[in-house]
Design a protein around this ligand. Structure first.
Ligand SMILES: CC(C)(COP(=O)(O)OP(=O)(O)OC[C@H]1O[C@@H](n2cnc3c(N)ncnc32)[C@H](O)[C@@H]1OP(=O)(O)O)[C@@H](O)C(=O)NCCC(=O)NCCS
Length: 155
């Protein structure tokens, strides 16, 4: 795993505060939701969380889950889907490759769990759409749902 990357299984109150800080810079309403669900999601619901750590504090994180019920809005006869719920990088450290590292870590973890397709609702910004397109995700509906078939790319 790349330096700075860490998979997290125990969510401390300090970690929730760090993630809140990162999300609150761009999406305050989603930051509030983290307080209610992050620990529960990771520790009790088996969601996957990766952090990218700076020298003193986290600079970004990704959280997602294998869906028990596939989202049939995405076509293609796929059985096991995973959804990215959050991918955020501290504003001061964006555009330095951290988002890509986090996404790759999440994708490898999905492959290990035999996930065939990753879906997500992208923010309707040039930044987020450009980022996901560059990483092989395609828009599948008008409401910013994007998807990537893991089987279609080399490992
Ligand atoms: C989208 C996001 C996660 C990308 O993370 P990042 O660490 O900045 O991404 P990377 O440095 O790995 O960037 C890779 C590509 O993303 C796109 N990108 C990243 N920042 C961008 C910016 N400010 N403007 C336009 N494109 C941008 C580019 O295509 C970039 O490729 P390039 O470096 O060759 O130009 C991050 O910018 C972020 O947290 N944004 C705010 C929250 C958000 O929209 N999250 C997505 C959840 S829907």
């Amino acid at each position: 795993m790349a330096t700075g990357l860490e998979r997290v299984f125990n969510v401390t109150p300090d970690l929730v505060k760090d993630c809140y800080y990162i999300v609150n810079q761009t999406r305050p309403s989603e930051a509030i939701a983290l307080y209610n669900t992050l620990r529960e999601d990771v520790e009790n619901r088996g969601h996957t969380l990766f952090l990218f750590n700076g020298a003193a504090f986290p600079l970004g994180f990704i959280k997602g889950q294998v869906l028990r019920t596939p989202d049939f809005k995405v076509l293609g006869g796929v059985n096991i889907q995973s959804k990215i719920d959050y991918l955020f990088v501290d504003k001061k450290y964006q555009h330095a490759g951290i988002g890509t590292l986090l996404l790759r870590a999440y994708e490898s973890c999905c492959r290990e769990q035999n996930v065939e397709q990753i879906i997500l609702y992208s923010a309707p910004t040039v930044q987020a759409t450009g980022f996901y397109t560059k990483n092989g995700y395609v828009r599948v509906t008008d409401n910013f749902l994007m998807a990537k078939n893991l089987g279609a790319i080399s490992r």
